[in-house]
Write a protein that binds this ligand. Structure first.
Ligand code: GDP
Length: 500
């Protein structure tokens, strides 16, 4: 492959939107998506994948592409920074003009700083009556977010995700910040990038949304992320349209993976299956960087669980506790475990399995995740004490354990005489050959070693006295309810059925 600089060209910035809950991240993303997205042929309904591309015309008339990550949970953003790469080229820190800086604003900023991603502050909700922008700027400065004109050089824009005011300025700023980074890519190279979403669908199988950070991928090639791989056979753009090839900064959805690739993990593309296999072999020898049970198959007698926690150590403890919990007929199976708040991605992941649940530990549930979970009837439970989680999950396992009927053999009797039969009720005499016969229990009627029917013992008598049970060796009279006509010489096998 030619990797000479002549092939290196400008690349569109990939943008992540971060900030405190309720400050308007989702509203901003959906405004941008709606205001820029071309309608598809079906009449404007497009599938929801976790990134999209927009085209923006800057004041000088030049057209620029921008890719937005539509993942308010930021797993991709946070996950990858630990490995030294970053999916986003530019981050937007959304701060509500009503509330100012909040704990998650600081958390988001710390993530941004750690990943060394340049960022823009978007002061949102400026349409709200009575907002005091000056006060918000002060709160930014008090939290060491030194914006332009206030002792620092962090660009900021005033926006309203509701009315769209200021959004063109935000786009101009993204383009500018992107240009300052001199983002480039080489179309001649083989594609590589980051997985930002993965999904398991019972019908379609496993799909993953990937952001190409460099190079090109074409149909007929192969893609791998960790030990998960897929032929590039079904490749769609963010609108769900099939593509023959895709290049940098574009989000693509690849369908047909053999296992769930991990969100935030890098992917590589290969021209031949041989190269792919070699790569997978070397990946298999590597130690996993994160606890990952994503590929464990779920059986009918297990509850698939998506686990989210605040830190790596609590995640590890949680997964180990969950794995310990199982009865002989039911277990919990962790299908994914990662750090961060419960996001829409997690709900989609859970939605791919039947009756999956999401367990969060010391994390919050993003509001879009909450509404998606309600719509799709996915149960989300959050805890701050591990034993409360184990208690709850143990009970859930118990209630969801499928009931099994067990037959307990009580005894066997030979039918000696049949006195009468009215409808289903038959009066007969017999002798218990082994075990016992009890009132209320079920019987199997055996003729010449064949089961010919079933019935129930309604009454028992020993020497004309009503009894509830007759033991081995004793003769008895009995009223048995059965549809089959019982004959002398038949055997009745007595058993009780219990549900467990
Ligand atoms: P997120 O948790 O950061 O994704 O916040 P959301 O996008 O869910 O927004 C939280 C609430 O603020 C919702 O009720 C939005 O309608 C509202 N909101 C978001 N942006 C604006 C805005 O610019 N103006 C006004 N008036 N309301 C907004």
């Amino acid at each position: 492959m030619d990797t000479k600089n002549t092939n290196t060209i400008e690349r569109a910035p990939v943008v992540a939107i971060m900030g405190h809950i309720d400050h308007g991240k989702s509203t901003l993303l959906s405004y941008i998506r709606k205001s820029t997205e071309p309608l598809n042929e079906a009449g404007g309904i497009t599938q929801h994948i976790s990134a999209y591309e927009v085209e923006h015309k800057s004041p000088d008339g030049k057209k620029h592409n921008i890719t937005f990550l539509d993942t308010p949970g930021h797993e991709a953003f946070c996950g990858i920074r630990k490995r030294g790469a970053s999916v986003a080229d530019v981050a937007i820190l959304v701060v509500s003009a009503e509330d100012g800086v909040k704990p998650q604003t600081v958390e988001a900023m710390n993530s941004i700083l750690e990943s060394k991603t340049p960022y823009i502050v978007a002061i949102n909700k400026i349409d709200k009556p009575g907002v005091n922008i000056e006060r918000i700027k002060q709160s930014l400065v008090e939290n060491q977010i030194y914006i332009e004109g206030y002792g620092g050089d962090i660009p900021f824009v005033l926006v309203s995700a509701k009315t769209g005011e200021g959004i063109p300025d935000l786009f101009d700023m993204i383009v500018l910040v992107g240009e300052l980074q001199n983002l480039t890519g080489n179309r001649q190279k083989i594609g590589e990038g980051i997985v930002i979403e993965s999904n398991r669908d019972t019908k379609k199988g496993i799909s993953a949304t990937c952001i190409i950070k460099d190079g090109t991928m074409k149909k007929g090639m192969f893609i791998a992320s960790g030990i998960a791989s897929s032929p590039i056979r079904i490749m769609e753009n963010y609108l769900g349209k099939s593509m023959e090839e895709a290049s940098f900064s574009s989000p693509v959805k690849i369908i047909g993976w053999d296992a769930m690739p991990e969100v935030g993990e890098c992917f590589k593309v290969f021209e031949t299956q041989k190269e792919l296999r070699e790569y997978i072999e070397t990946e298999k020898t590597k130690k996993p960087t994160k606890i990952n049970y994503v590929n464990a198959p779920t059986s009918a007698n297990s509850i698939p669980v998506v686990v989210k926690a605040d830190t790596g150590s609590s995640l590890e403890a949680l997964v180990s506790e969950i794995n310990k919990l199982q009865t002989d007929r039911m277990s919990a199976q962790v299908i994914s475990s990662s750090i961060g708040n419960i996001s829409e991605n997690d709900v989609r992941l859970a939605d791919g399995s039947t009756k999956a649940i999401i367990i969060g530990f010391n994390v919050k549930v993003d509001s879009p995740a909450k509404s998606l979970a309600e719509r799709n009837e996915i149960e989300i439970k959050t805890f701050d004490i591990i034993y409360k989680m184990t208690e709850w999950l143990a009970e859930t396992l118990q209630t969801r354990t499928p009931k099994v009927m067990t037959e307990e053999f009580l005894g066997e009797a030979k039918v000696l005489k049949v006195f009468s039969k009215t409808k289903d009720k038959q009066i007969l005499g017999g002798r218990v050959d082994n075990g016992s016969i009890a009132v209320g229990s079920q019987v199997k009627i055996i003729r010449r070693d064949m089961e010919i029917g079933v019935g129930r013992v309604r009454e028992l008598q020993q020497q004309k006295v009503k009894v509830s049970e007759v033991k081995e060796g004793k003769e008895f009279g009995s009223m048995i309810e059965a549809k089959i006509e019982i004959l002398p010489g038949d055997y009745i096998k007595n058993f009780i059925v219990t549900e467990k």
